[in-house]
Design a protein around this ligand. Sequence first.
Ligand code: ZN
Length: 667
Amino acid sequence: MNILLQNWEFPPFDQIKTEDYEPAIRAAIEEAERNVEAIATSTEEPTFENTVEALETASRRLDRVSAIMMNLNECCTSKELQDTVMKMEPLMTRFSMKVVTDKRLYERVKRVAENFKNTEYSEKKTLLDNTLKGFVRHGVALPDEERNRFKRNAEELSELQVLFGQNALADLNEWRLLLTSEEELDGLPSAVRDAAHEEAVAQGTEGWLFTLAAPSYVPFMTYSVRRDLREKMYRAYGSIGGRGNEHDNNKVIKRIVELRTEQARLLGFKTYCDYVLEDRMVQNLPNLCRFMQELKESVLPAARKDLAEVQHAAKEEQQLMPWDFSYYAEQIKQQRYNLDSEILRPYFPLESVREGIFGLYGRLYGLRFDEDRNIPVYHEDVHVYRVSDGKREMGILYLDMHSRPSKRSGAWMTEFRGQYGDVRPQIQVVCNFSKPTADTPALLRFSEVETFMHEMGHAMHGMLSDVQYESLSGTNVKRDFVEMPSQVMENWCYEPEFLATFARHYQTGEPLPTEYVEKIRASQNHMAGWLCLRQLNLGFTDIAFHTMSDTSDLLDSADFKAENIEVQAMTNLLPRVPGCCTATNFSHIFGGGYASGYYGYKWAEVLDADIFSRFKHDGIFNHDTAEAFRREILSRGGTEQPSVLFKNFMGRDPDSKALLRRMNLIN
Ligand SMILES: [Zn+2]
């Protein structure tokens, strides 16, 4: 029998074969469809248990099997697995769309809601509200014709989003910069050169090959002395998705925006932004605009100051261009802080960092992490820990830390199983750190230490969850709240007391020198005003596209009205380069789920800066404060509005000035 369809406590990675997925997914969908059909056709009076709770658990087997397949496709994929996912994903989407657009189910859930009219708050009420909202926001309450239209649009949209990403990727991969003489490499650190050389060799050529992928593009723009080459790279990057070839995204964007606007209008919203924000912590467009404008006003002077400084450093250039900024900003950083990220690495061997982070969670929440080598893994690099709080087992943590060709880039946290009732979560953290060599352990850059802390923040949000329903557990919170528990953990990386617990030279055992700690702290706000304005620029661009009153305004060329004079004049302090366009490569909003949500990064940053101020005040290892954070926020998942959770912990509403204070822009 198919191993995936049997009952197991831990995902049976050691027994799964790729060909098991398709039959397992098909069987699990059929089972889920039977469960859902039984709810829809039930002759019993609708109750919370036989309707809402039954829907919550109807596809549990499918959820488990698909979690394994989808998670492994990200971190340990193969051609066969990719093909399987391509084939299975539409089936899974069709199933979930079928559920949320089923009128019979909707009518039953509505009946249940009538009985909860007078309930102020309960976890059940939240699950019920979410379920009902899920139906309404997918158009179930619309007249037949409009409902079908909504469904068709949704299908077209999901195809267009995939197409957008594929187009951008094709353009990205098509362009290469092959350098053949040493002088063209001027300024590039040896690690960057080596990587470029390896890339060239891999492509069967000589010299040094640079691409537009982040690990190649970013260091090149940061370190290359050659302004002409930086310009070349910048122009190539800026034209991704807008080169007028068969991968051009301009028409795709136009259609996506048209469809999203129509979806919102079908549901009675003025704009797509209004539709999205109704289900977010920020609640509505006026709130969001106020937040963005205020933040912009506050950081603009700092951003201008950063620019003036960079312009000063670049005195030989008459007019600073976008391809100059990172380079000169880095020059200033090195002069001012004399802080080469390579110097820090020996103090951050992966194992020590991991023990440091485990130790922090020990001090904060009394957690213990015990490795268990008997739990199956999907790759030999994966380590599995049983997490307990001294009294009971809290869950399982899979750490998968190193790069490999079968893993996509980036770092993330995900789950094989979420917490509900007495069932404890199984959580995975995936990173792309370099591997140890024969004589050197894996050494992390400081930014990688931050990344590890960030993902562990998500992981502990899932681990410390204590709710009744899986769809409300852990990180299943409003999208603009989910980065708070992860971002807040990054703050500890800048605390000398925490660094002192684990940062030691891997050869000499010498603790991280105080002067380095000081420099790390001092450099925390390097060009922060500028970077914040850049994020705001992207956020405003996102909003502009999704608040258009008339989509016929959209042109068929790269210079969209939305990426227009207004947004640029407000938030872009460098000259605009003709032929370069953010939108045609803005995968966050056109290729994925961040549409009208890009602001969320900044929104969550305000919250995390504010939350950390309490830890700073009470002591960064204060057990009582941590317990309160766990009780009021982490354990509650999405069972209650984030604004309520926040207030329960802080005793007040968020302070919009918290981020500015951390950036040292105000006292
Ligand atoms: Zn995150």
